[in-house]
Design a protein around this ligand. Structure first.
Ligand code: ATP
Length: 355
């Protein structure tokens, strides 16, 4: 796949404040990339710079071989969908979609055909003559999507398009956006602060924090091999356990010694006192004899598909908590109870250490 968008050393300052610090990455043709990060990390600013709605302070942006760094938004080849839908309330659904097409110089005949095609594409053919306030939030966002895509942009920009919708509609619409994006093969960038959304939708995720990129990778890479403590903490639930690395074969956690298999050396910092990061689904209740640590169960919370079990690392009130996810079927066999002392095995192939 060819590079479609190249961002090179982009800096954006608002007065003395640096919102984006030397941002560099590229997006391949047909790729779906999510900018993920906490509020204020700069993801919307980056999207707005790509759209030309903000001028960059320095750096270079090249889209499909054209230097777009200083092009005004109307000269750039993108369609944009906002969180707030931004439909014209006094125009019907079909007129909202037709407006941009007319401005592009399409004939009335072409406009009608294209509007009908895109209404069918987003499943809103029966709503052509309704006004935005007669539609649900999800339907309005589908109109906004159709309006953006009808102009056949080279790049689709989505600024938190699902945040204003309730959970069920959000899941439905995210599948619809993915289906359309793959069907059309349109290069897309979506801003979100919702890690689940990014993991479910993106081909690659750009994780941002305080104006810099922490990591770029596939959802699996970001989740399974977080490059920094920030990424480990921000994406999914992560346990951080204080540990001491004895040598390449043993780690001490509290009173327990854990053996590290020779063929899967530990990832991250390899000596001294560390924080060991492990996902709740990589911990297993086991018998005492196994390579395990002793914990005391504090709370057991039913989560539908699994139980989230909060454990205390050793029998002191100040002991740190760790969370373990136990699939429902397994939990029935284990007969877990609050205040029990149990043993936890750690999948040492799935741990990473941070300083
Ligand atoms: P959110 O998820 O809350 O929208 P974000 O990651 O999209 O956050 P941005 O909106 O890009 O963050 O803002 C990044 C930083 O830049 C913030 O500290 C914000 O206050 C600042 N900022 C954004 N726009 C301006 C502006 N026009 N003038 C001054 N500061 C701004």
């Amino acid at each position: 796949m060819q590079t479609y968008l190249n961002i090179d050393n982009v800096v954006k300052k608002f007065g003395q404040f640096t919102a984006l610090e030397k941002i560099s990455f590229s997006i391949k043709e047909g790729e779906f990339v999510c900018f993920l990060g906490p509020s204020g990390c700069g993801k919307t600013t980056l999207l707005r710079c790509i759209a030309g709605l903000e001028a960059v302070t320095s750096g270079l942006m090249v889209q499909a071989g054209t230097d777009i760094t200083h092009l005004p938004p109307e000269k750039r080849d993108f369609g944009i969908v906002f969180q707030s839908y931004a439909l014209f309330p006094n125009l019907t659904v079909q007129d909202n979609i037709a407006l941009g097409l007319k401005n592009q110089g399409h004939s009335n005949y072409d406009c009608i055909n294209l509007v009908n095609k895109w209404l069918a594409m987003v499943g809103l053919t029966d709503f052509a003559n309704q006004y935005p306030n007669q539609l649900s939030g999800g339907q309005q966002q589908r109109v906004a999507l159709a309006r953006a895509l009808a102009l056949s942009p080279g790049l689709l920009l989505l600024d938190e398009p699902l945040s204003a919708l309730d959970a069920k509609v959000r899941t439905y619409l995210r599948e619809e956006i993915c289906r359309l994006q793959k069907k059309l093969g349109i290069t897309s960038v979506m801003v979100t602060h919702d890690q689940e959304e990014a993991l479910a939708m993106a081909d690659r995720i750009v994780v941002m924090n305080q104006g810099v990129i922490e990591q770029i990778g596939s959802p699996q890479e970001i989740y399974e091999q977080p490059a920094t403590r920030f990424v480990a903490n921000f994406v999914g639930t992560m346990n951080f356990i204080s540990a001491s690395i004895i040598n390449k074969s043993f780690i001490r956690i509290g009173e327990s010694l854990l053996k590290i298999p020779e063929n899967t050396p530990i990832k991250g910092i390899k000596s001294g006192l560390v924080d060991l990061a492990i996902r709740p689904e990589c911990l297993y209740f086991c018998s005492e004899s196994e390579n395990s640590i002793s914990v005391k169960i504090q709370f057991i919370e039913f989560q539908g598909a699994y139980y989230q079990v909060e454990c205390q690392l050793w029998d002191e009130l100040s002991a740190p908590s760790i969370y373990v996810n136990v699939p429902v079927r397994e939990a029935r066999k284990l007969n877990l109870k609050s205040q029990q002392t149990r043993n936890l095995a750690i999948d040492t192939t799935q741990i990473r250490t941070y300083s």
